[in-house]
Ligand binder design. Structure first.
Ligand code: SF4
Length: 234
């Protein structure tokens, strides 16, 4: 079981290194669309795709009747245009059909579990995407788990899982109150800047002492700071 104590310790070390990240509250539908665009690409390209959509469509509702090829073209820079444009269109059409308006404001009164069930019923929307809405727009104490967070938590030895979804449920079972935004954001920075997939920079890692990764290495390279976070800019 992942203990509250070990996450608290890790969170403190992360804050010591990266500080407490700034946060901005965003509209849940904007955030969900931005998160769909961010799947399998970097923050810079998905942010540009989001800005392209916003510049071309003053109201998300306009996308329901838009030609799918045009949407694909508009978000091309984020990759997987066909898949992402279909998901966005299905989401908006489903909201309009079910609730008579294109908005996610109704989620505010729902439990986390109900929100996950409701939104993952739409093809192309998974648990990770919904958890970003829970954290960044609805201010729930939920830590989304992407590939960086999954890899790093497994290397540290806090979880032993073979998928980000399993890591998500384990880490959120006992997440200390009020830490989700800072913990999630700093874990992503740890994964991007130190605990890289191929060559982790263990000798400079701020959590070297508590990490149980058996292949801790000693590569001495310059750390490149990477603190632009898409979802904090929507
Ligand atoms: S010590 Fe190495 S393996 Fe462990 S978290 Fe840091 S970079 Fe990753």
């Amino acid at each position: 079981m992942v203990t509250n104590k070990v996450i608290t310790k890790l969170n403190s070390l992360l804050i010591k290194r990266f500080g407490i990240p700034k946060r901005k509250k965003s509209n849940p539908l904007n955030l969900l669309i931005a998160t769909i665009l961010s799947q399998n690409t970097n923050d810079k390209n998905s942010y540009q795709a989001y800005k392209n959509l916003k510049a071309n469509y003053s109201d998300w509702k306009l996308l329901i009747s838009e030609d799918i090829k045009k949407i694909e073209q508009t978000i091309k820079i984020a990759g997987l245009g066909k898949q992402k444009s279909r998901t966005i269109k299905s989401l908006l059409s489903e909201l309009n059909r079910k609730y008579g308006k294109v908005s996610l404001d109704f989620l505010k009164s729902y439990s986390n579990e109900k929100i996950i069930d409701e939104l993952t019923s739409i093809k192309g929307i998974g648990v990770k995407t919904v958890s970003c809405v829970l954290l960044f727009s609805l201010n729930r104490n939920v830590c989304p788990v992407d590939t960086h967070v999954h890899r790093t938590l497994n290397r540290i030895g806090i979880v032993r899982t073979n998928s980000p979804v399993k890591t998500f449920y384990l880490i959120n079972e006992n997440l200390p109150k009020g830490i989700a935004h800072s913990f999630h954001t700093n874990m992503i920075r740890l994964g991007r800047e130190y605990c890289k997939s191929r060559n982790p920079i263990c000798n400079k890692c701020p959590i070297l002492k508590m990490c149980e990764f058996e292949n801790k290495n000693n590569i001495a390279v310059k750390i490149k700071e990477n603190d632009f976070m898409l979802l904090d800019n929507i």
